[in-house]
Design a protein around this ligand. Sequence first.
Ligand SMILES: NC(=O)c1ccc[n+]([C@@H]2O[C@H](COP(=O)([O-])OP(=O)(O)OC[C@H]3O[C@@H](n4cnc5c(N)ncnc54)[C@H](O)[C@@H]3O)[C@@H](O)[C@H]2O)c1
Length: 260
Amino acid sequence: MKMNADFRLNDRVAIVSGAGSGIGAGTAKVLAAQGARVVIAELDPESGARVEAEIRAAGYDARFIACDVREEKSISYMIDAAISQYQKIDILVNNAGITQVVDVDTMSPEEWDQLQSVNLRGMFLMSRACLPYLRQSENPAIVNMSSVNASVTLGGLSAYAASKAGIVGFTKSLAAELAPRIRVNAIAPGAILTEAWRDRDKLNQVLAHRLKYIPLERMGAPEDVGQGVAFLVSDHASYITGTVLTIDGGMTSRLYDGQV
Ligand SMILES: NC(=O)c1ccc[n+]([C@@H]2O[C@H](COP(=O)([O-])OP(=O)(O)OC[C@H]3O[C@@H](n4cnc5c(N)ncnc54)[C@H](O)[C@@H]3O)[C@@H](O)[C@H]2O)c1
């Protein structure tokens, strides 16, 4: 066991998908601040370039490389560019994901497929494409972004909840498949305050209703999830694989109002 285990990720190269916004951006910032060199693998060029500029302005190393996780060619181009920039890949954070709220009786097969193509197929394609490089790494780790919706959820989220439960199964099987060389874990975030909540009035309405369900009495910040990712990919987590770390302020652990 490494007794000098460290949260520092000095010189490790991390690919974070969907890092142009929200949890992915928060994760990219935390990993970069821990010394990692971060590839922002993002579909949207504007937000990807903005997060790259923010990280570099803070004195850390990051590169935006355009990537659509649904497309093998796009992933392959992103990986080639990442390797020519940084020569290796140590960490993969499969974070890119989309949400939709649609009841099953009105959902089209195309809507179902569209969500699964990002949330599940994208995760498979990204993992498969990075494996040859992760196998050569001294400290390889994968973290997949699931959700509390994998285990507790609401109406209208069937496609999303199915994808997030699928991610847990994918994580556990891949962890078994890649052991003992490569560790694979998932994170289940609860209610995280991301760019989707720019509408302050809507946010305040939701907070008034929902905060009473969160024991820690606040929504999470993207960086709260990023710290969990940094832990799971660090030497401190060297005996942790195939698990799901819930980061939800206690939301899914408490019944009713918490009193007997
Ligand atoms: N925000 C929450 O409360 C919450 C809770 C639980 C889980 N999650 C999960 O965390 C992840 C990030 O969520 P977020 O809230 O930060 O979302 P977000 O919409 O703010 O960010 C998602 C990013 O992924 C990018 N993206 C979308 N499709 C892509 C594709 N095909 N290829 C590459 N990039 C693509 C988007 O452009 C965007 O930058 C998702 O997997 C989501 O399901 C979020």
